[in-house]
Design a binder for this molecule. Structure first.
Ligand code: AMP
Length: 287
């Protein structure tokens, strides 16, 4: 059965999502720019380009089987779906922010009857209700940050990533409602019907994420320093050691190392007399 996968058609999550899918082995073809959907060439998958915001709704309705969107959108939708994999990008948090001059430093100081502008009305209502506060929620579709300045609202609830938009608009964060990042989402019904295909896609994406944090390293090291090599290159179950033809005093070692340790690893290998040190990116790593 053709699996339908929802991908954000624009916005912050679009580019990286497409990059991850391509790296995972989905052939999306060239020039997907304005297309509403593409049939993946090498697998029985259809990719639908839709708004990140709509993806949880479409999954819940059974219109698509899985999708990539922000956990903030999943929480806002209120649907009970499955988060199959956190994707470690699109990090942000949904926060309550107030004008700097309001004197408010904590969300508990917000008074009943305050007006809050947001494009996340469900999460905002639930959050203030859970605090026992009776606030008015003004729904906007974007640019919430400008609303206090325009007099449309007293405070806002909006996504914050670096915080620079808030600072630019002289707003201060006083409470966090939800932490978010991009994730692969599916439903129990879709998973029950397409378990193998969904697992395959999720495992492929996971293998790309794991590989991006690793490098493959090769080096020729003096045979009599091998015990030290094992301490320098733990690898996945120890380094691979190979004979070099015509050179009895050196062996070739291959290993997978964390990208952030590569600098130190090379220094250590040089210290024990390694030669011909080579590092390479890894496309996918299935552990
Ligand atoms: P920043 O200035 O980096 O804090 O970004 C804040 C602006 O970017 C706000 O207008 C947010 O609505 C938007 N934003 C931040 N992070 C995300 C995200 N992960 N997904 C969608 N919009 C975001």
């Amino acid at each position: 059965m053709t699996l339908r996968l929802g991908v954000p058609n624009k916005g912050r999550l679009n580019e990286r999502t497409i990059e991850l899918l391509r790296k995972s082995g989905l052939d999306l073809g060239e020039d997907i720019g304005r297309k509403l959907y593409v049939r993946v060439r090498n697998q029985d998958i259809e990719v639908m380009f839709v708004r990140a915001q709509d993806i949880p709704e479409f999954i819940a309705a059974g219109a698509i089987d899985m999708g990539i969107t922000g956990l903030d959108e999943l929480a806002e939708s209120g649907h009970q779906l499955i988060n199959a994999l956190n994707l470690e990008f699109g990090y942000c948090h949904l926060s309550v922010a107030v004008p700097e001059e309001s004197g408010i430093t904590d969300v508990s100081q917000i008074k009943d009857g305050s007006r809050i502008a947001t494009s996340f009305p469900n999460l905002t209502r639930r959050y203030f209700e859970s605090m026992g506060k009776d606030v008015g929620v003004i729904v906007v579709t974007g640019a919430a940050e400008i609303m206090p300045y325009l007099g449309v609202s007293d405070y806002i609830v909006d996504l914050v990533s670096t915080g620079s938009t808030l600072r630019m608009n002289r707003l201060r964060e006083v409470g966090t409602i939800v932490e978010s990042q991009a994730a692969v989402i599916t439903s129990q019904a879709a998973y029950d019907g397409n378990r193998e295909q969904i697992d395959e896609i999720v495992d492929s994406i996971r293998s790309v994420l794991v590989a991006e944090d690793k490098k493959y390293i090769m080096a020729d090291v003096p045979r009599d320093r091998l015990p030290e090599v094992e301490a320098i290159l733990p690898g996945i179950g120890g380094p691979t050691v190979l004979d070099i033809s015509g050179n009895a005093s050196f062996v070739a070692v291959h290993a997978v190392v964390d990208s952030d340790k590569i600098f130190h690893t090379i220094t250590e290998l040089k210290r024990i007399g390694a030669k011909g040190i080579l590092t390479m990116p890894i496309e996918r790593l299935v552990e």
